[in-house]
Design a protein around this ligand. Sequence first.
Ligand SMILES: [Fe+2]
Ligand SMILES: [Fe+2]
Length: 136
Amino acid sequence: MNNSYEWKPEYSVGNEMLDTQHQQLLQICKDVSGYRCDGSKNSILDFHSILNDLAFYATRHFEAEEELLRRVGYPALESQLSEHAQYNESLVDFLLDAINGKIDRDALEGFLGLWWVKHILLSDMHYCDYVKKLDT
Ligand SMILES: [Fe+2]
Ligand SMILES: [Fe+2]
């Protein structure tokens, strides 16, 4: 297991709902880290299931995060929107590859690792002070 995928208090953006969603996404990063494809039908299905989870939980999270940032008038909302859109585009590529039989676990892990560090630990941290005042 990759220790960098363990939740730490300093990852908190100061909002319980968003933190919980980030934790769910971190859990899926862990799933990818522990995933090994042995060529069997089951392991291929597991990879599809991980990608579906990534799409589902990220979509739900982006919607909630964007709604909240709009509500507080976050000035850098546009860059959040474009980084979320980039994530979605990359994930569609992984989904299409998987549908075509390409299971590239290492590429997915590399993508998620970078996304976690560059987006959640860097870009998302910038909105901390804006969402801390809210209850939801
Ligand atoms: Fe986020
Ligand atoms: Fe974000």
